[in-house]
Design a protein around this ligand. Sequence first.
Ligand code: ZN
Length: 458
Amino acid sequence: MPHARISSGLLAALLAAAGGSALAAPGGGPDVSRHQPQIDKIVAEISPKRIETYIHKLVGFETRHTMSDTTSDTRGIGAARRWIKSELERCGAGTRLQVAFDSHIAPVSARISRPTEIVNVVATLPGTQDASKDRMYVVSGHYDSRNSDVMDAEGKAPGANDDASGTAAVMEMACVMAKHNFDATIVFMTVAAEEQGLLGATHWAEQARQNNLNIAGMFTNDIIGSSRGDDGRVDDKQVRLFAEALPATKENNDVNRMLLQTGGENDSISRQLARHVKEQGERYVKGFKVNVIQRRDRYLRGGDHMPFLERGFAALRFTEPNENFDHQHQNLRTENGKVYGDLPEFDDFNYIAKVARVNAAALASLALAPASPREVKLRTDKLENDSTLVWTPNAEPDVAGYRIVWRETTAPGWQGSLFVGNVTEATVKLSKDNYFFGVQAVDKDGNVSPATYPSPKR
Ligand SMILES: [Zn+2]
């Protein structure tokens, strides 16, 4: 879809300084479209070969079912999680990466037949800027696996795609990115018990909520392993990125109500995050499309981003373009010459590396950028066709200013933008009846935050 490009001359005409606020030269400001050398370096370092090695190692534990053996050093989920932790410690040695288990006991439930220790492996790379280090971005994959019977803790369940692919991608990102500095904190997480009801991710997300952690974005990578669909079609040029509009809560909260009142249901925090991930992912991974699907997940299905969504955080899911259900949740077997089961021979390691690069580029750009502006409001005190936005200033010392972005109401992505300088109020000569607006913070290096959707200022 072509983007409406508005000339810089027209841009200048579109913008007028609001009373009392300073204004930078229209169209000026840091170059927000340039490649950050650090992100190019990270993307180049992500290795399909290492991802392949991780996946073969994970499959080698035979089953990683959540209720499988925890005492063996070679078989079952206990050996798998100890290996993941030791591998992250090894590659993070000499860096600031902090690796830990996050454990809890799950009581008996629909898919848990006895009280079971659920263990996430969490590698945290602390931010280096005082004003940003409390802001966190989380990336996850689930290392547990299953076969046809979700309660079968003994039978083989290689889980090469679901979800050794996501686990390996997260491990590779942690190892490559640990050598770099980011303003904000990045949490690389491999979680357990996804297949038993999202238990590992739910535990971590609930702790985050209770401790008031500032989780500014979360992605899960689940089934990112194969570029070949069940009809044999190969598509290694895109990944699906599932992004929710409004959470399906029983009762509307104030945020949902405001979005509905202003027609902003496509401007939820998850949709803003998806716009950012698409832009940054496609900038740094050439020839690869981030296909945003405007749904929380595949039709009525779920994943580890959902406990985050349910607690009010922005969260997204990455999944391959065409799933093959012969190689998902299936006992290993051959029927009528057809091989069933989630085996590494059906993975495409170059493809997984591309998805990992999209994740890494997005995480790095988010963690280098300032926070999204807070308290963004659209003035409504008088009826007029101009649109005046106000916001509170960011706290980061390297903020160069703010950028207003807009699009027509039926457009998925931003169509126009203008850097307005280091101000907290600006007027755009476009009607709020006909456009959606957002405000982004920009630092001196051109790192730009996801947009904040304005609420009405009454
Ligand atoms: Zn999965």
